[in-house]
Ligand binder design. Structure first.
Ligand SMILES: Cc1cc2nc3c(=O)[nH]c(=O)nc-3n(C[C@H](O)[C@H](O)[C@H](O)COP(=O)(O)OP(=O)(O)OC[C@H]3O[C@@H](n4cnc5c(N)ncnc54)[C@H](O)[C@@H]3O)c2cc1C
Length: 443
């Protein structure tokens, strides 16, 4: 079961996973003189502002992903960058510490997935470009066709996958790629096909684009992402990222409700980062997207494969990087090894398993963080260790690197954990804790 000349590939979903799969498929096929057709079905118009044009995301792209994309023929142009950041500031209830980029000149890209938050259209012209629109354009330049429609149904016809649109039009393909993400009903169409696929586990997150104005963003946040280690029940991760005149608030946790949001906005650490007297405007662009937290079951079969969030991804970070990895593995398998279940099992599944296994280590990291949260002294020790690492030019900065990589998504959880539990880091932590405890008893 292989792609041949005039084979047809259908891709459902034109977010990063769908567009990058199309880009790599067309690129690889051209290199071996294989003439294939590729249709991408995507109903969203990413040049619009607000929810209609947006695939709901924190919009942080690590420096290592920017490099990997560029090497693979997807350079990130400067008009996509709404902002860049070169540091993280970690806030606890007593203190804060700034972690600079681990390698000289490393900068994180901050982007919008659509044309920007609701209301951004008031700026004419809008000063930045959408990542998803850029990737979709690249796929089209590579020869893929965009069909700007939502897929309503998928079934099998003559042992080939067939998709049907709302207007009754149907298309049969040699290979069908699912890149429908986690939001919306697209994922259930693939589950109903009964080839063994079970969607990944997910939970709801919260994102709000807070309008401060460029001067206030610069003054309050600088070129740093701000991470808050608040001891609020069910809260796992809380960050404010500068993005032009906006600060993007990302909240990860369980059952994020109004009461949790009120606690967040009243926390003194958060208040320090907001303009004086600032209140959340009524018109704020916000959403509660689903975020990937567990692996799917068998995201492939004969003539069918799933990539991006509806397949394997990374726990709580770097979803675009994971989509890039799977898109590449999927395209390579289909063009070079074929489109059978066994080809995907052999050449695509290892990339999925690598992500799934690494996420297990990520879960250990997050469990360690949850253990620290209720104990201010343990948090103060952590911040002190980081501060001393940052101040010491000869320090290998292992703890800083672990934190930097956790927030940026630059490295695997295996690398992060290896740095975080390195004997020298544990020794330094215990010494700092003992010294702080002694100081307190002396006082
Ligand atoms: C709170 C939060 C913060 C995040 N922050 C970051 C971050 O800072 N950095 C990062 O790298 N990742 C981040 N992510 C993860 C990132 O958003 C995802 O991993 C990424 O969007 C996955 O891309 P995708 O193409 O698989 O899915 P999506 O981006 O969801 O795209 C799926 C596409 O499929 C289309 N579609 C769905 N159903 C149909 C249908 N029936 N017919 C046709 N088209 C259809 C949709 O319109 C959509 O365009 C974050 C996620 C969340 C929830």
């Amino acid at each position: 079961m292989e792609l041949g000349n005039h084979s047809r590939v259908g891709i459902v979903g034109g977010g990063p996973a769908g567009s990058m799969t199309a880009f790599f498929l067309m690129d690889l096929a051209k290199r071996i003189d294989l003439d294939i057709e590729c249709d991408i079905f995507e109903p969203r118009n990413f040049t619009l502002t607000g929810p209609p044009g947006c695939n709901m995301c924190g919009g942080v792209v690590s420096e290592s992903l920017v490099q990997k994309l560029a090497i693979s023929g997807i350079p990130i142009p400067s008009d996509l960058l709404v902002d860049t950041i070169d540091a993280y500031t970690l806030h606890s209830d007593q203190d804060h510490v700034r972690i600079g980029a681990v390698s000289e000149g490393a900068r994180i890209a901050c982007i919008f997935r659509g044309a920007g938050p609701r209301g951004a259209e008031a700026q004419k012209p809008i000063p930045w470009r959408s990542l998803d629109s850029y990737l979709l354009d690249l796929a089209q330049q590579g020869g893929a066709n965009l069909i700007a429609e939502r897929v309503k149904a998928i079934d099998w016809h003559d042992q080939r996958p067939r998709i049907t649109l709302g207007n009754g039009q149907s298309f049969t393909y040699d290979l069908l790629v699912g890149a429908v993400g986690l939001n919306g009903s697209g994922i259930s169409m693939f589950e109903k096909l009964q080839f063994g696929y079970k969607p990944p586990r997910y939970t709801k997150a919260y994102i709000a684009e807070l309008y401060f104005g460029s001067r206030e963003v610069e003054q309050r946040l600088g070129q740093s992402m701000h991470i808050f280690l608040l001891n609020i029940p069910r809260l796992k991760f809380l960050a404010l990222t500068p993005k032009g005149p906006y600060a993007t608030l990302v909240v990860l946790g369980e059952n994020i409700d109004q009461a949790m949001l009120e606690q967040i906005f009243q926390a003194p650490e958060m208040v320090r980062c907001l303009p004086p007297g600032w209140k959340v405007p009524v018109q704020t662009c916000l959403c509660q997207p689903r975020i990937h937290i567990g692996p799917p079951r068998q995201p492939y079969g004969d003539r069918i494969v799933l990539v991006g969030d509806c397949s394997s991804s990374r726990l709580y970070k770097d979803g675009i990087g994971a989509a890039f990895k799977l898109a590449k593995a999927c395209a390579y398998t289909a063009v070079v090894h074929g489109i059978s279940k066994s080809a995907f099992q052999r050449f695509f599944a290892p990339t999925c398993h690598e992500l799934d296994w690494d996420n297990r280590l990520g879960r250990i990291m997050f469990a360690m963080d949850s253990l620290l949260r209720p104990f201010p002294k343990l948090q103060a020790t952590l911040l002190d260790c980081v501060r001393r690492e940052q101040d010491d030019p000869n320090s290998p900065k292992r703890l800083s690197a672990a934190l930097w990589d956790t927030f940026t998504g630059s490295a695997s959880y295996r690398t992060i954990l290896a740095n975080a539990v390195h004997p020298s880091v544990i020794r330094d932590y215990l010494r700092t804790f003992a010294r702080m405890a002694c100081k307190m008893t002396t006082v």
